[in-house]
Design a protein around this ligand. Structure first.
Ligand code: AP5
Ligand code: MG
Length: 214
């Protein structure tokens, strides 16, 4: 099962991707998480990516495509995977397509988690991310048991650097310019499915299971 999660920043791609990965036992591959872990470890890739991420801009395709193509070629991806946050541009989608063709395979579903911009800024200001394991919470919709402490690993929860309202606005503009065209791209490929991302998290997940099957 090879799945792409599409949707605006804060639509709930990561939230749903984690649930899908658990239910169907396939790896969750988030380019945002990969970049954040590189930033935390002070790698060269992390330093390069941070300069773009902090401004709400996309990391250049040349830093992103090879990384993902290499990751999906690894052993644990044999039975499928969920790509969360990749592709994000038409050239990234083309690069993925070329790589999959050479492996003799293709994407099964591109799931668009649809949420209007008006919901997004509110959601992002309430998001808290774990500095240890990357788990995501929301102060109102998915609160941790103890304030600002991760349920899973006990590390501190923080507001992501790029979740400040002005950066979120920039990310939304970038999304509409560069990522939204992928909806048409995957519609033409016949694999697009859309779910209403404004529902409760569990209801969004049920809608996704209805698409993917039990
Ligand atoms: P990335 O980490 O991918 O960020 P994003 O796409 O902006 O999306 P988010 O992770 O912010 O949101 P999400 O849709 O995962 O929502 P979540 O589930 O957390 O990328 C960050 C940056 O890295 C980019 O800006 C770019 O610079 C760079 N980058 C990454 N990939 C790249 C690529 N391929 N090419 C170039 N650059 C790249 O949910 C959000 C909040 O809402 C949470 O608090 C959650 O608890 C809550 N929530 C979720 N669902 C619901 C619900 N149904 N109801 C109520 N609350 C909900
Ligand atoms: Mg995410």
């Amino acid at each position: 099962m090879k799945i792409i999660m599409l949707g605006a920043p804060g639509a709930g791609k990561g939230t749903q991707a984690k649930k899908i990965a658990e239910k169907y036992s396939v790896p969750h591959i988030s380019t945002g998480d990969i970049f954040r872990s590189n930033i935390k470890n002070g790698t060269e890739l992390g330093m390069k990516a941070k300069a773009f991420m902090d401004q709400g801009l996309l990391v250049p395709d040349e830093l992103t495509c090879d990384l993902v193509v290499d990751r999906i070629g690894q052993d644990d991806c044999k039975n499928g995977y969920i790509l969360d946050g990749f592709p994000r541009t038409i050239p990234q989608a083309e690069a993925l397509n070329t790589a999959l063709k050479s492996m003799g395979t293709s994407i099964d579903y591109a799931i668009d988690v649809e949420v209007q911009d008006s919901h997004i800024v509110n959601r992002m200001s309430g998001r808290r991310a774990c500095t240890g394991c990357g788990a995501t919470y929301h102060v109102k919709y998915n609160a941790p048991k103890a304030e600002n402490i991760c349920d899973a690993c006990g590390e501190a929860l923080v507001l992501r650097d790029d979740d400040k309202p002005e950066t979120v606005q920039k990310r939304l503009t970038v999304y509409h310019d560069q990522t939204q065209p992928l909806i048409d791209y995957y519609k033409k490929a016949g694999v697009l499915r859309t779910v209403d991302g404004t529902l409760d998290m569990e209801d969004v997940f049920s809608a996704i299971i209805a698409i993917l099957g039990e």
